[in-house]
Design a protein around this ligand. Structure first.
Ligand code: NAD
Length: 291
């Protein structure tokens, strides 16, 4: 199966990054969103991020111009019809994703592969409600997409080999590395990363360390580029909590219970960088620990 064109649903944080890397790799890209503002912001951000790559001599101005010319935006989902591969990167809500796939199905050729960039929703369940469970899989990019090397490829129970191989070839063409995961809660990266972050919050909650000592310990003692609490703020504490809840509910093991302190930060609306406050306060010149 030769993939030449890619339709991307959702032009938020992930969708714009996916459009960026796929257009640079030579695919014709159609990017859609319900919000005209999101499409406009995504187009501007992609151009800005590619300009930065030109400045750093990672790409030429010719590469940038050709890639930008390959991206088309539309608010009409049906215009994704001719795409060979769909990557859905809309809001992390199962009802929204189901509605997108239901509307998209009739517009697509029977061969078109459907994928979702979901961080946590069951691929098998999403696939079961589409008209093509065997041509459906998880295509999970990491944030920020142009920088992060990994893509997790998640097979649903019905995903066929041709679909998997076609998606694998796309990851290779993007110059990224695929890791294959079976469809269980949070897949591989978040299954391992989130319990570590949650444990760091427990370490803070129990008074074993302060924000600074916990992050310093993991940076200098385990060679992590960011401390776990700093990383949690970057990801968003609401997202961390949502993934812990998926693990806890999906695997029914108390070892995944979210730390009450994480719940408290989310209830306070202290969600990390995006709200200027989380385990650090970002409102001043330099981040200041909040505990
Ligand atoms: P986001 O909120 O930045 O963007 C979501 C976009 O989807 C918005 O622009 C919204 O207008 C659009 N949208 C909502 N309903 C739509 C519809 N019916 N049709 C078309 N567009 C619609 O979210 P995000 O962080 O880009 O996350 C998108 C997906 O990627 C989620 O499934 C998320 O779990 C996954 N993901 C996120 C990260 C991350 O670090 N943020 C990492 C990996 C995967």
């Amino acid at each position: 199966m030769d993939i030449r064109s890619i339709g991307i649903v959702g032009a938020g944080q992930m969708g714009n990054g996916i459009a960026h890397v796929t257009a640079l790799a030579g695919y014709d890209v159609t990017l859609t969103d319900v919000s005209a503002d999101a499409l406009e912001a995504a187009t501007a951000l992609i151009a800005k991020n590619m300009d930065r790559q030109v400045t750093r001599e990672k790409i030429t101005t010719g590469d940038r111009d050709a890639a930008l010319a390959r991206i088309r935006t539309t608010q009409d989902l049906a215009e994704l019809g001719p795409s060979n591969l769909i990557i859905e990167a809309a809001t992390e809500r199962e009802d929204i994703k189901d509605a997108i796939f239901a509307e998209l199905g009739p517009a697509l050729s029977p061969d078109t592969i459907l994928t979702s960039n979901t961080s946590s929703i069951s691929i098998t369940r999403l696939a079961s409600r589409t008209d093509r469970p065997e041509r459906f899989m998880g295509f999970h990019f990491m944030n920020p997409v142009p920088v992060m090397q990994l893509v997790e490829l998640i097979r649903g129970i019905a995903t066929d080999e041709a679909t998997y191989k076609a998606c694998y070839a796309v990851v290779e063409k993007l110059g990224k590395t695929a890791a294959t995961a079976e469809d269980f809660p949070a897949f591989i990266v978040n299954r391992i990363l989130m319990p570590m972050i949650n444990e760091a919050v427990y370490t803070l909650y129990e008074g074993v360390g302060t924000v600074t000592s916990i992050d310093t310990s993991m940076k200098l003692g385990a060679n992590h580029p960011m401390g776990p609490l700093e990383l949690a703020d970057f990801i968003g504490l609401d997202t961390c909590l949502a993934i812990m809840n998926v693990l806890h509910d999906g695997l029914a093991d108390t070892k995944y219970r979210p730390c009450p302190l994480l719940v408290k930060y989310v209830e306070a609306g202290w969600l990390g960088r995006k709200t200027q406050r989380g385990f650090y306060d970002y409102r001043g010149e330099a981040p200041v620990p909040t505990r």
